[in-house]
Design a protein around this ligand. Sequence first.
Ligand SMILES: NC(=O)C1=CN([C@@H]2O[C@H](COP(=O)(O)OP(=O)(O)OC[C@H]3O[C@@H](n4cnc5c(N)ncnc54)[C@H](O)[C@@H]3O)[C@@H](O)[C@H]2O)C=CC1
Ligand SMILES: O=C(CO)COP(=O)(O)O
Length: 339
Amino acid sequence: MKIAVLGAGAWGTALAVQACGRHAVRLWARDPQQAAQMRSLRRNQRYLKDRVLPAALQVGADLDAALEHAAGGLVVIATPMAALPQMLAAVRERLPAGTPTLWLCKGLQHGSAQLAHEIAQEVWPGGPTGVLSGPSFALEVARGQPTALVAASADPAVCQRAVDAFHGDGLRVYTAGDVVGVEVGGAVKNVLAIATGIADGMLLDGADPATGLGLNARAALITRGLAEMTRFGLALGARPETFMGLSGLGDLVLTATGGLSRNRQVGLRLAQGQPLALILVELGHVAEGVHCARSVAQRAEALGVEMPITQAVVRVLEGRWSAAQALEALMGRDARPEH
Ligand SMILES: NC(=O)C1=CN([C@@H]2O[C@H](COP(=O)(O)OP(=O)(O)OC[C@H]3O[C@@H](n4cnc5c(N)ncnc54)[C@H](O)[C@@H]3O)[C@@H](O)[C@H]2O)C=CC1
Ligand SMILES: O=C(CO)COP(=O)(O)O
């Protein structure tokens, strides 16, 4: 199969590397200098430096050439959420016959608070599109470590194309029809990973500094966070079982507890009092939870859905609350039935 991966960050590079053993893969980087460096060093020095790029992987900065390569095969949009509308518009314009297209980004659009498939409905109505999500740190996939993903689309043929492209060689690709649920899981888990990072980074008198507020607190945040994610998703029309799957509980556990998570790292450093702007510069990668926390909170509020952990993360990100104030607010809420 001919595959174009649009976006040469950590995740796009990892999936391109994974697929190029069996398919003709072309990886598009928006920066010509980065593309040239990747071709000469056979490494993505900026975003995924630990993995040598296989000789078979083509890398370039010509978007037209990448899309032409993928005609009739598969397009994978691997940019952050912010670039999704322009990427979808490019695919629609340059591949008018319609080539199956998946996005990997996890979030809600800043401002409009739209999920990815809602953007696609506007930019490319009826296009053969879907989402590929699930618990997957790029570095582990690039190293060939076992990983399970889920491809979701209203069109089963798009899911099948994702399976044909990526299933095998250490990757399992499950399929689903619940696009809303899969996208909500991927977006909200990033916000919750910031929350657990904050909790794990806080210092409490008499507690082990290595575990911050403690393991009990972390488990409570993950569980109550899952309840928030599920409430929000159900209000948007998702199916409850999706939140027990790879893109819900699976990705939440990975990102909230895994040291490789950028969103978790943001939380850990916020708890130490570091300024957000500095954290983001030093991170050098996108942390989607930072960009979408406010959109999640706004959309939840409009739907009448309570998301107290998300609200607390928004206030900490915006500098309106310290980590200690967020803790006090969450622990001070009235008692209630669990379900
Ligand atoms: N890194 C990971 O382990 C995983 C990441 N994701 C999601 O995939 C998306 C991309 O993440 P990463 O590759 O890790 O990010 P990254 O920060 O490593 O790289 C982002 C890439 O997108 C490019 N980019 C940024 N703005 C762009 C624009 N306007 N137009 C074109 N390209 C643009 C950058 O040049 C860079 O190549 C995010 O939504 C992330 O949440 C999903 C699963 C795993
Ligand atoms: O989505 C991811 C893993 O599934 C990556 O999470 P981070 O963006 O927090 O690193």
